[in-house]
Ligand binder design. Structure first.
Ligand code: UT7
Length: 327
């Protein structure tokens, strides 16, 4: 039995949306701030620019609500139709949670809203969480948002980390299948974590009502990603009863082009199927997969019934994958 069988209600993917701040910070700009070059950043990461939050306008709540609004409209729904909002973020505007503000901005008065913290795996973990409420028949329309403003927590004097991150939000609306469309389009998933690697990527509480900037052991996280991500993709493909060449698209967390290339190579995947937009956005944490998904949907590259595998990985350590059919 797969991990998505044996339930009355299937999960459908009915809309996407995304939002990024207007302000763009290029590698050339960064080279004025720290001892780095466009050549180093582009060749080591694939990143050329990122969008950076500029004041309250670009709060997590505002970016998340903009992405959510677009996803709800794309689904042909109104905010009143939403039963549940899950906001995956690790950079909350408020330690008590930001999902309530998103609910308020959207006017999604019927919904219950909460935050989910799983760093760069947040969107995958949020998708699996949302799907459980749908599969059990508890909720019909779920708005899942991945949103992060990591620029708040970057040490802008640390060239090892400040070149990597960008800000933004991406969202999807998940809907319970109906009698007219009875299919379950979430075909397989696998979630993992390993606390032994918890010290490799942190924004630690500093004991003074604030937090330290991001600290990361880049080489260890890189090794972890290249080793572990293919395993969870293979596992979720197995549950879906699919093979890598059945996929139309592979959307990995956009952390480093070299990680994408290595995972594609290990899986023997057609590189043309591997979605990449980190050149424009950098690593937007929980937002990176839904921003990429939405960009490919908007461009008409992702079409209804396309088979998609996504995989997130990052702090925790946490990692996970899901395989689904779009629509
Ligand atoms: O979203 C969460 C998941 N995070 C990730 O997936 C990140 C995974 N890690 C990575 O993507 C890579 O490890 C990095 C992009 C962070 C770093 O690339 P690397 O190839 O692992 O470089 P490195 O840390 O081994 O550094 C190589 C050299 C060092 O100099 P020495 O010690 O060899 O003299 C660094 O000091 O590059 C130097 N360096 C830089 N040089 C110019 C580090 N950052 C920079 C920089 N510009 N920005």
């Amino acid at each position: 039995m797969t991990n998505t069988e044996s339930s009355l209600f299937g999960v459908r993917f009915v809309g996407s949306g995304s939002a990024v701040p207007d302000r763009v910070l290029t590698n050339i700009d960064l080279a004025q701030m720290v001892d780095t070059t466009d050549e180093w950043i582009a060749s080591r990461t694939g990143i050329r620019a990122r969008h950076i939050a500029d004041g309250d306008e670009d709060s997590v709540a505002n970016l998340a609500a903009q992405a959510g609004q677009k996803a709800i409209a794309a689904a042909g729904l109104t905010p009143q139709d939403i039963d549940l909002i899950i906001l995956s973020t690790s950079t909350s505007d408020d330690l008590f949670g930001t999902a309530g503000r998103v609910q308020q901005i959207l006017g999604a008065e019927r919904a219950v809203a909460f935050d989910l913290v799983a760093a760069c795996s947040g969107f995958v973990f949020g998708l699996v969480t949302a799907s459980q409420y749908i599969r059990t028949g508890v909720y019909k329309n779920v708005l899942l948002i991945g949103a992060d403003v990591l620029s708040r927590w970057v040490d802008w004097e640390d060239r090892r980390t400040c070149i990597l991150f960008g800000d933004g939000a991406g969202a999807v609306v998940l809907q319970a299948s109906s009698e007219i469309k009875p299919e379950n389009n979430l075909l397989g998933f696998e979630m993992r974590s390993d606390g032994k690697g918890n010290n490799l990527l942190n924004i630690n509480y500093s004991g003074r009502s604030t937090f330290e900037p991001i600290s990361m052991n880049g080489q260890e996280v890189y090794r972890f990603a290249v080793r572990r991500v293919p395993e969870v993709i293979e596992k979720s493909l197995h549950y879906a009863n699919l093979e890598i060449h059945d996929l139309d698209w592979l959307i990995l967390h956009q952390a480093n082009q070299r990680i994408i290339d290595a995972v594609v190579n290990r899986l023997d995947c057609d590189p043309a199927k591997a979605v990449s937009n980190m050149g424009k956005y950098g690593n937007t944490s929980a937002a990176s997969i839904p921003i990429a998904l939405d960009e490919w949907v908007q461009a008409g590259k992702i079409q209804p019934d396309h088979l998609i595998a996504i995989a997130g990985f990052g702090a925790g350590l946490s990692w996970g994958s899901a395989v689904f059919r779009w629509g």
